[in-house]
Design a protein around this ligand. Structure first.
Ligand code: AMP
Length: 420
């Protein structure tokens, strides 16, 4: 059990007068800062329940807003938020608003967990933020130029606004730091690795770690004894081979562009295509990068949408390119699952998670179609059912097929608590 209550005896002028001997259930704030957006969730440290959550969008634009609250309490507030500092200030003001009854003082926030995309080779686990950790996150900016700077802005804003509160960084890359060189190196000149740290890092690590731990509990076996293939299939997609609780391979690489076909990303393609496009279309490398990241995948093939629901609806209406997009998407997942099945010398279970993995029986059906002779037997009826953690394989399937809803924020909170 964690420490549930804190006896507040102190007079804290900077945060107002605290009642003596008041029992306070502490909260943990999880922050996910994007370039122009910021998501947060406030957890009760005792029950690990989400007591508030919200989203700030269009930071820096005139029509920025904060949408917060759960269920019937959801509210949208139009606020001028010029930067992340203002956004975090607005979040804290709302948490403190007596009308919301969430916290009575900033001291009720025991700690803050930040999602940080890239920890490079510096972090194989989450870390309490200090100057050295900040320096390492800064050094990883060239590897994640769009993601690490807003995370740092969020961290600095919290340091100014709640200076005495412990902050923890939880990295998308750290779970995959257990990969061996044979998996993480590209067959390029080795010096590019030594000088530029050019290698595969992998992403969605918090999700793969969470679902692999939950899968072990669901199967009632120690993670150390299991070989799992975890499939995070949403707008972004990655697959991981997890052996004994450790990631041994994953489909995303130096950047989150490698691997499976995704909503708007092409995934792995012949690298010579980049030069071909630059020459044929007289476009810059940045334009090719944009084309591969934002105009490809389900959107590029279907011409309809990056949202699988729209693509399925169009395919049902006879749109052939949407049908083709779905088939290519499913095949790209099947290829990587097959690759890891061989790499792991078989698997105990394949786990589906994220928007598509959790919700689309159509895609799951296409991915596992024809795999029964290899021991992956999808149960057509179970596959149609909805719900939380569940089997979708037949009772006699040698390889279990599972759906485990991901919860990256909960994983972040658990890391924060274990580091506190
Ligand atoms: P994520 O990035 O994890 O939020 O996943 C987003 C993707 O999940 C989008 O492509 C959605 O279309 C897809 N998705 C969510 N719910 C469903 C559903 N019920 N059926 C099919 N796809 C879904």
């Amino acid at each position: 059990m964690f420490v549930l209550v804190q006896v507040q005896l102190l007079f804290q002028p900077e945060h107002g007068v605290r009642p003596n001997l008041k029992e306070v259930i502490l909260k943990i704030l999880v922050i996910n800062s994007g370039s122009s957006s910021l998501k947060y969730q406030l957890f009760d440290q005792d029950s690990l329940e989400v007591v508030d959550k919200g989203l700030v969008e269009k930071i820096g634009l005139a029509d920025s807003f904060l949408k917060r609250g759960i269920g019937d309490n959801e509210r949208e507030l139009k606020l001028p938020l010029p930067d992340h500092f203002a956004a975090i200030q607005a979040v804290l003001d709302n948490l403190l608003d007596p009308a919301n009854g969430l916290i009575s003082s900033l001291d009720d926030i025991a700690a803050i967990g930040h999602r940080v995309v890239h920890g490079g080779e510096y972090f194989s686990a989450s870390a309490v933020i200090n100057d050295e950790v900040i320096r390492c996150i800064e050094e990883c900016i060239p590897l994640a130029p769009l993601h690490n700077p807003p995370a740092l802005t969020g961290i600095h804003a919290c340091s100014q606004l709640i200076p005495n509160t412990v902050q923890v960084a939880v990295f998308d890359t750290s779970f995959h730091q257990s990969m061996a060189p044979v998996s993480y190196l590209y067959p390029l000149p080795y010096e590019l690795y030594s000088t530029l740290k050019l290698r595969r890092y992998g992403f969605h690590g918090t999700s793969h770690r969470y679902v692999s731990q939950r899968a072990a509990e669901f199967l009632g076996k120690p993670a150390a004894d299991l070989k799992l293939i975890t499939c995070h299939i949403g707008n972004g997609c990655s697959v991981a081979a997890v052996k004994g609780g450790k990631s041994v391979d994953t489909s995303m690489g130096l950047t989150p562009l490698e691997g499976m076909m995704m909503g708007t990303r092409c995934g792995s393609i012949d690298p010579a295509i980049i030069n071909f496009l630059m020459r044929s279309l007289s476009i810059s490398s940045d334009e090719v990068d944009n084309l591969m990241n934002k105009k490809s995948g389900l959107l590029g093939i279907s011409g309809i949408s990056n949202d699988l629901r729209d693509v399925i609806a169009a395919a049902d209406d006879g749109n052939e390119r949407s049908q083709l997009a779905m088939e290519m998407y499913a095949l790209s997942a099947k290829r990587i699952i097959g690759q890891y099945f061989f790499e792991l010398d078989g698997a105990d279970a394949v786990v589906m998670t994220a928007g598509v993995g959790e919700n689309s029986h159509e895609l799951r059906g296409m991915i596992f179609d024809g795999l029964a002779p290899l021991g992956l037997k999808l149960d057509a009826e179970l596959n149609l059912k909805r719900g939380g953690e569940r089997y979708i394989s037949t009772d006699d399937s040698p390889v279990k097929l599972l759906v485990i809803p991901t919860n990256e924020e909960l994983m972040i909170v658990k890391d924060v608590i274990s580091l506190l």
